[in-house]
Ligand binder design. Structure first.
Ligand code: BGC
Length: 739
């Protein structure tokens, strides 16, 4: 069911028109200008330069953070007073937001309120698992609930718009931003997108605990060539429409209030100025009537793209293409007035963008309730209800990758924990931790101590440093079992964090080898924001837990799994390769004429296994499930699949039943299999249930070689089961679609 993005009453539409009539061109341009507070003082060099020095190792993280504390933030009060700013990004602190709002309301000529946007990607102060982790729960109710709580905390801190959800399908784990989305599958990402929009926005973004969402990055940003951030994306229109656009359509249908364009060019055209994307698709075909925001500085970057000569031309192209809000480039502010006065841009085009920004502000209720109650946030940040949800989300996101029977652990064992990631709280938060505070997170070590487990800890190995074998000997000497924490720092994934080696860095693998040699049984816990190619770690460890970056309650969630209080149920939403060189790798690739096999002249690498390290959908539990009696029928517009699932083990658990399909013959090559539906079923030990999944017939539409949308006909193989390698099969002849 489609929802309007910015439902505004007829009366408010009139107020908007009256305002537009009263506004000067400067004030109109001001509404389209979004800026962040800029740092002044404290640094003798620019923030950018400082960050570069940090990256190059010329200053330490501690030095960087200390300097940052000394910085004063210029919030451009006089620009707000003069109507030159319409919204802020990155403003933190409710008092500051209210202060700026008061200037806008009381001291600017027309008293138009500001809105404050922030990247509340997986929590505000209570931090939930990074989206890639959370997607592994395959749990829409959870996707929605964590967004709802994030919205509540954000709204309480004055934020009325989040730059989320990030719904870029990504098939290449070298791209650091894979951490921010729901993985490689279009169908799952679409459901994730809709659930997040519902969670952030609820049924009315004007409510005091709701915020506007922003579907980003439009589009194909996740297809950056080579996984290198900001790189070009180049693909057929069929791939664009079948793989990368559907999550954005799902967000639109769910009523998302805003869109953000992506940095990349797509087939040679920067997305920032693509009329095909912003006008033909978004506005005309999808009838999106919300506001479109550029990515940060992206309008100015058109100069580097080489499609404009200067900032003035950049501003004109972006506005003409349909970008309503210029995030951070200042191109609009510095140039649009001249463009309008000289007649190069009709004022009506400017008015249309202003209208959408004002509509967003009305829809957010800012004209009636511009200020935020300053006491409510403090009461709710990290409150019991929110941290409980973070813990629950964490344990549902964990994926058990290997277990030789060592797990779950008994709590009377003597445990040694090694690896710095077991102890560093802030690394648990992951990328884009909004207002999360590192020292408020629960590390693995904290989690163990909270349970009064007998644990000794030695760092032994940092993420990218050297391994200290004598520390390891000391650590494991008296231990019954060892927990090795390995992986990536939080800032090794996320924006500008592409890697060409996606394995364990430094000497972490050496530490695992030494542990193996010590003869002590050990469980490896991985903290990371992307799939890692770690065949050696799998081979060496008795058990391997994919713990991602789980947020505020990470340590507690992991302990719930380690000690069997929660039966692992997470499933991978990205394929894990054996080697970095296998990227891009994804389960739903199209059929080749030489399907992968042992035979020499088939589609494969000579020096890699035929199958990935772990396939899409994979994840173990402390029990096992058996499937039988699978049938699928067509009933007019829908297909109904049914199967009986039995918990054959000794403990209760939740299974994610996954339904895949393969169209045998079509006018264009089709994927070897594609996820078409899933459901979760909780089963007590020995219990069995009949579960059903309904698939809309439109799920079999595809684009033919001439870009006509057609429906697949004929024989379809369906597979149902535990992951994307499921072998229980049913065959259906797809009939006519009779709605
Ligand atoms: C990112 C966006 C983000 C924006 C504002 C950009 O660099 O690409 O995802 O929303 O910054 O922080």
């Amino acid at each position: 069911m489609e929802k309007s993005s910015l439902p505004v009453s007829a009366e408010d539409e009139k107020r908007i028109e009256t305002l537009i009539e009263q506004m000067t061109v400067d004030e109109k341009v001001g509404q389209l200008n979004q800026v962040g507070p800029s740092p002044v003082g404290g640094f003798e060099i620019s923030l950018k330069e400082k960050k570069l020095r940090l990256k190059e190792g010329k200053i330490t993280k501690e030095e960087f953070e200390r300097d940052l504390q000394g910085v004063q933030w210029d919030t451009r009060e006089s620009d707000v007073r003069n109507g030159k700013i319409g919204s802020f990004l990155g403003m933190r602190g409710v008092e500051k937001c209210n202060h700026m709002q008061r200037i806008a309301i009381e001291e600017s000529r027309l008293g138009i309120p500001l809105f404050f946007g922030l990247d509340v990607v997986h929590g505000l102060r209570t931090i939930f698992p990074i989206p890639l982790a959370e997607s592994c729960s395959f749990d829409e109710a959870l996707f929605e609930e964590t967004a709802k709580i994030a919205a509540k905390e954000a709204a309480a801190s004055g934020i009325k718009l989040t730059f989320a959800p990030m719904i870029d399908v990504c098939r290449d784990a070298r791209w650091g931003r894979i951490a921010e989305g729901a993985g490689e599958d279009t169908y799952l990402t679409s459901r994730f997108a809709a659930a997040k929009v519902r969670g952030f926005q609820g049924d009315d973004i004007a409510k005091s605990d709701r915020i506007a969402a922003c579907a980003k990055h439009f589009v194909a940003y996740g297809a950056a060539i080579g996984g290198r951030d900001y790189n070009s994306a180049d693909m057929s229109l069929q791939t664009l429409w079948e793989t990368y656009l559907p999550p954005f359509k799902a967000a639109t249908d769910a009523g998302v209030a805003t869109f953000m364009t992506s940095f990349n060019d797509l087939n040679g055209e920067p997305c920032t100025t693509s009329k095909y994307l912003l006008k033909d698709i978004l506005r005309n075909q999808w009838r999106f009537n919300g506001a479109v925001i550029s990515d940060s500085g992206a309008i100015g970057e058109l100069i580097e793209h080489g499609t404009v000569t200067d900032k003035a031309e950049a501003a004109e192209q972006a506005l003409n293409a349909g970008i309503d809000v210029d995030m951070s480039s200042m191109c609009y502010t510095e140039n649009l007035k001249k463009s309008v006065l000289s007649g190069r841009i009709p004022e009506a085009v400017l008015n249309e963008a202003v209208r959408r920004v004002l509509r967003l502000k009305f829809a957010l209720g800012l004209f009636d309730h511009p200020y935020t109650d300053e006491s409510s946030g403090k009461k709710m940040y990290l409150c019991k209800e929110h941290t409980q949800l973070a813990r629950e989300a964490g344990r549902k996101s964990i994926v058990l990758l290997k277990n030789d029977g060592i797990l779950p652990l008994k709590s009377n064992l003597k445990i040694a924990a090694v690896g710095e990631l077991a102890a560093i709280r802030k690394e648990m938060l992951g990328t884009w931790a909004a207002m999360g505070k590192g020292d408020e997170a629960v590390s693995l070590l904290d989690g163990l101590k909270e349970r009064s487990i007998s644990v000794s800890y030695e760092e032994c190995c940092t993420v990218n440093g050297t391994f200290d074998s004598s520390a390891l000997e000391r650590a494991v000497k008296d231990a019954d079992v060892v927990i090795a924490a390995v992986g990536e720092y939080a800032d090794m994934s996320g924006e500008a964090s592409s890697l060409c080696h996606i394995g364990l860095h430094g000497e972490q693998e050496k530490m695992l080898s030494a542990l193996k040699e010590s003869g002590k049984p050990f469980v490896t816990v991985m903290f990371n924001g992307r799939p890692l190619a770690v065949p050696k770690a799998v081979e060496l460890s008795n058990a391997l837990i994919e713990a991602w970056h789980l947020g505020s309650q990470a340590g507690n969630s992991i302990c719930d799994i380690l000690f069997g209080d929660y039966n692992p149920s997470g499933r991978l939403t990205t394929t894990f390769p054996n080697h970095s060189g296998e990227c891009p790798i994804y389960y739903n690739h199209v059929s080749t004429g030489r399907p992968t096999s042992e035979i020499r002249h088939t589609c494969k690498y000579m020096d890699a296994p035929l199958t990935p390290l772990f396939p899409f959908g994979y994840g173990l539990s402390y029990t096992e499930y058996a499937y039988k009696d699978f049938c699928i029928e067509q009933d007019g517009k829908n297909l109904h699949a049914e199967v009986t699932v039995r918990n054959t083990g000794k403990v209760a658990g939740e299974e994610t039943v996954q339904l895949y399909a393969h169209v045998r013959k079509a006018g264009r090559v089709r994927p070897i299999r594609e996820l078409k539906g899933f459901c979760k079923v909780f089963l007590k030990a020995g219990e069995e249930k009949r579960v059903s999944i309904t698939v809309d017939r439109s799920a079999f539409q595809y684009y033919d070689t001439q870009m006509n949308l057609v429906e697949a006909q004929g024989t379809v193989d369906f597979f149902i089961g535990h992951d994307s390698t499921a072998s229980l099969k049913a065959v259906l002849e797809l009939g006519e679609n009779n709605p």
